[in-house]
Design a protein around this ligand. Structure first.
Ligand code: DOR
Length: 443
């Protein structure tokens, strides 16, 4: 099983090199220069770019229990079509992944249907710490705590429980940070003002900057107190950026952060045209925040990029503000979105690769992935940087069948995606004959 990608521009570890790349079975055998191999199947890479596959550390694939919105098969197929070779999935399914048994069921399902590599977060609640402490840090990406309620009923709002989790969990804790009391107070105020006619543009006022900062700063305080390995998900405000440092290398950080593509891309003006289609938690906020988030991504206060891919049906999204669920489906387009920023001159290509592939691998200590390196798994994406196409219902692969990006024209396109050396996506077709692997961690 050999594949030889010829004459391609490889983007990796801050460099661009032209040459060939040889894959043998599921690993990268040789990189660069002219490589000859008679038995290898050749892929012409001329004029195109080869990147390490995207690692998305925050997706919601809805299985079990919410499969009318999405399932592991449908969304993992959409992921590879967009160049994402590895995903880490969240526990707010139905039932939620709050016991080791429920968690392992998700792994079993992914092993049967997912062309992408996978890991699933263990969920924490106010009552399940004994289950949480049984989590194997070598084979599970982390423990997820909702320190703010969102889809599903997984809020951990009891201070004692939080202290317990932060002091006892020895592995990475990923948090959703929004202060529940602040959100409730703001919601009541808006309900008094508007009844059930709250405009979607009120979302960033209800799920406010203050709510984000209050909760994120609490998580950081606790992590510092107990030396917890804390990873704060979807940072959405300029104010929270002071909580993070760029003065130490990522591998040494005990507190790391994630920013999501939609918080870099959309802003409060988009509620007028997209309404509930951009309603998510934490909320998309005023334009000054997205500017500050991009700056912090560029100077390494923010460590990694993800999607928080959170599909809901269009029908569910059509409800009034209080009913319409929060979340955007994005996993198919995150690489296109970041390459679009590159093509606009906002971010370097090497930086996109660092934040979408290298940094998630470092942050989670993933074994042998995230880089184009000899001996590493061959998780690779071949990209055409000069191809125009427009997002539409016809080319969206999510089970929910829509995207907030419909109508957006990209000038970059994923041509092929390799997962463990296997061609999982090629020229418009997903091939799920082989399945991704469960991630292992060097902890
Ligand atoms: O908008 C969101 N939707 N934020 C979350 O944290 C959860 C997600 C979902 O599961 O729908």
């Amino acid at each position: 099983m050999k594949k030889l990608i010829k004459n391609v521009r490889i983007i990796n570890e801050g460099q661009q090199i032209e040459g060939d790349l040889l894959i043998v079975n599921d690993r990268i055998e040789k990189i660069g220069g002219i490589i000859e191999s008679r038995e290898a199947q050749e892929v012409d890479g001329k004029g195109n770019y080869l990147l390490p596959g995207v690692i998305d550390d925050q997706v919601h694939f809805r299985e079990p229990g919410l499969t009318h919105k999405a399932d592991i098969e449908s969304e993992s197929r959409a992921a590879v079509a967009g160049g994402t070779t590895t995903f880490m999935e969240m526990p707010n399914t139905k039932p939620a992944a709050l016991t080791q048994e429920e968690l392992e069921k998700k792994y079993a399902k992914a092993s049967q249907v997912s062309p992408a590599n996978y890991s699933f977060f263990m969920g924490a609640s106010n009552e399940n710490i004994e289950h949480v402490l049984k989590t194997n840090e070598k084979t599970v990406c982390g423990v997820k705590i909702f320190m703010g309620s969102s889809t599903g009923n997984m809020l951990v709002d009891d201070e004692k429980t939080l202290e317990n989790l932060f002091s006892k969990v020895p592995m990475l804790i990923a948090t959703h940070c929004e202060d529940e009391m602040t959100i409730r107070r703001n919601t009541e105020e808006y309900v008094r003002k508007y009844g059930d006619k709250i405009p979607f543009s009120a979302h960033p006022e209800i799920r406010s900057v203050e709510a984000c900062y209050k909760s994120s700063s609490l998580a950081v305080r606790m992590a510092k107190k107990y030396d917890t390995r804390l990873h704060i998900l979807h940072i959405s405000t300029a104010e929270e950026l002071d909580l993070f440092t760029n003065e130490i290398p990522l591998a040494e950080k005990r507190i790391t952060s994630e920013v999501c593509v939609h918080h870099l891309y959309f802003d409060a003006d988009d509620y007028e045209t997209l309404g509930s289609k951009v309603k998510c938690n934490p909320a998309v906020k005023e334009a000054r925040h997205k500017k500050a988030l991009m700056e912090a991504l560029l100077d390494d206060r923010l460590d990694i990029i993800a999607t928080d891919h959170a599909p809901h049906t269009l029908e569910e999204k059509q409800g009034l503000y209080m009913k319409a669920p929060s979340g955007l489906p994005l996993v198919q387009h995150s690489l296109n979105m970041m390459l679009d920023f590159y093509q606009q001159g906002v971010i370097g290509l090497e930086k996109v690769v660092e934040k979408m592939s290298h940094a998630p691998a470092v942050c989670f200590e993933i074994q042998d992935r995230g880089y184009v390196r000899e001996g590493y798994y061959a998780d690779l994406v071949l990209v055409d940087m000069d191809s125009e196409w427009t997002v539409s219902k016809e080319n969206v692969r999510f089970k929910c069948g829509w995207s907030p990006l419909e109508g957006k024209t990209f000038h970059n396109k994923v041509l092929k995606t390799f997962v463990n050396g296997f061609k999982a996506y090629s020229n418009g077709e997903v091939n799920a004959n082989q399945k991704g692997y469960r991630l292992s961690f060097n902890r």
